[in-house]
Design a binder for this molecule. Structure first.
Ligand code: CA
Ligand code: CA
Ligand code: CA
Ligand code: CA
Ligand code: CA
Length: 411
């Protein structure tokens, strides 16, 4: 949801729309949920991300944004059982993403970055793995953008360069791409590409391995563009993954969060939040992005966890995050979904928003029909292999060859 005033009636609206829209192919229950945002009866939370600890998965954490006010706005950090343990407050943070192995002052660091709507910037942090905390690492000014909105990072496995994609909350769907660099110990960015999608864009996710960026034009379609800064971003050079009902497709506006499940050999899934129907659509990650199935998240009665409606951001983790008896079991991965109304039917106290946590194994084995892939081998920290063998020899010889040609031509 874009506006707090929409929140009050959102539960009723989403239930009405759910009845009219494409029915979900299957339902799952949340196995956990995060601590609720402090803002009661308000559209505060938006987008999750996940930081994977380099050696001890149990010390990983979930990150959630609060976009409502500067006072409570920021990044909230949650343990794997959903309990909040830290926050970085003071700005309306909208969308958040994580990437690894960025070189800062000669050290490999993990980056957390978000669209900061209070200051009109991309706010960047490094992760202190020992302290499980975020350290400010710079900001990128976004001159000319009215309201920084969607956000995703891209770590190219072809070039080992890091990029940030940011959208403007405007009418023509402006998307900018920045290359991230070390500006003397803090992270800065150079604008390398800008294009218009056509109308408001928020959800963005980049495929580090295959080199694509997926963009959700909220009222219209999910588009797939080349993620390299030199890739063409004209309408002729993008591919539609799927459309909203207004374009003849099954998605119910807004199309909100997008996330990628990385399986081996370029396989896996793209998942999208069809917010108006409180449903998630799964597509193949491979070329063609064929539709696989749709699902929704219903209440877990025995655990006292409510159903999920009107989801903004989503994030899927396909690593083995381990299990703690009585707390969680994310051994086959974790799906995180924003919930716009955190209230169980027996609860009479005023409520707000949080994030629901679903076992990927529950999604993958739904209803006993066609199971989805469970593949926990993807390493988000992987970097390109250095050039070896014939390629390295060719590169070593290149300056000599290059020098020879102009010399012979000039004489
Ligand atoms: Ca929305
Ligand atoms: Ca939106
Ligand atoms: Ca995110
Ligand atoms: Ca949103
Ligand atoms: Ca709910």
């Amino acid at each position: 949801m874009s506006h707090p005033r929409k929140f009050m009636g959102s539960l009723a609206i989403s239930l009405l729309l759910a009845a009219a829209a494409h029915a979900a192919d299957f339902s799952v229950q949340p196995a956990g949920e995060t601590t609720m945002m402090p803002d009661i009866l308000a559209d505060a939370a938006d987008d999750p991300a996940f930081w994977l600890h380099p050696t001890d998965p149990a010390r990983s954490f979930i990150i959630g944004t609060n976009k409502l006010t500067a006072a409570n706005g920021g990044l909230y950090l949650y343990n794997l059982d959903g309990s909040q343990f830290d926050s970085v407050l003071g700005a309306r943070m909208n969308n958040v993403d994580v990437r690894y192995n960025f070189t800062l002052t000669g050290q490999k660091v993990d980056l957390v970055a978000a669209t900061d709507r209070t200051h009109g910037v991309i706010a960047l942090y490094t992760v202190d793995a020992a302290a499980r905390s975020l350290t400010p690492a710079g900001s990128i000014a976004l001159d000319g953008l009215a309201d920084p909105y969607g956000f995703a990072m891209y770590h190219s496995k072809q070039t080992n360069r890091h990029y940030a994609f940011v959208s403007d909350n405007d009418n023509d769907g402006t998307v900018r791409q920045y290359e991230l660099f070390d500006a003397g110990g803090s992270v800065s960015g150079a604008l390398v590409r800008q294009f218009n999608v056509g109308s408001t864009v928020e959800g963005i996710v980049a495929d580090d391995e295959l080199g694509y960026v997926y963009v959700a034009q909220e009222d219209v379609a999910i588009w797939k563009y080349g993620a390299a800064p030199a890739a063409s971003a004209t309408p002729a050079d993008r591919t539609a993954v799927d459309f909203t009902t207004s374009g003849g497709g099954p998605l119910t506006a807004d199309i909100e969060g997008l996330t990628l499940y990385y399986a081996s050999s370029g396989a896996g899934y793209l998942i999208a939040s069809s917010q108006g129907a409180s449903t998630y659509f799964i597509y193949k990650r491979e070329a063609g992005n064929d539709f696989v199935a749709s699902f929704n998240i219903v209440a877990n009665e025995s655990a006292g966890i409510d159903l999920v409606t009107a989801t903004d951001g989503i994030h899927v983790v396909n690593g083995n995050l381990g299990a703690v008896p009585g707390a969680y079991d994310w051994t086959a991965g974790l799906f995180i979904a924003h919930d716009d109304w955190n209230i169980f039917h027996t609860d009479t106290s005023p409520s707000g928003q949080n994030f629901k946590l679903v076992k990927w194994s529950d999604i993958a084995t739904y209803a006993g029909t066609i199971p989805l892939t469970i593949d926990t081998t993807w390493d988000p920290r992987s970097i390109p292999e250095p050039a070896t063998g014939p390629l390295l020899l060719a590169l070593a010889a290149w300056p000599t060859l290059h020098r020879r040609r102009p010399l012979s031509l000039n004489t």
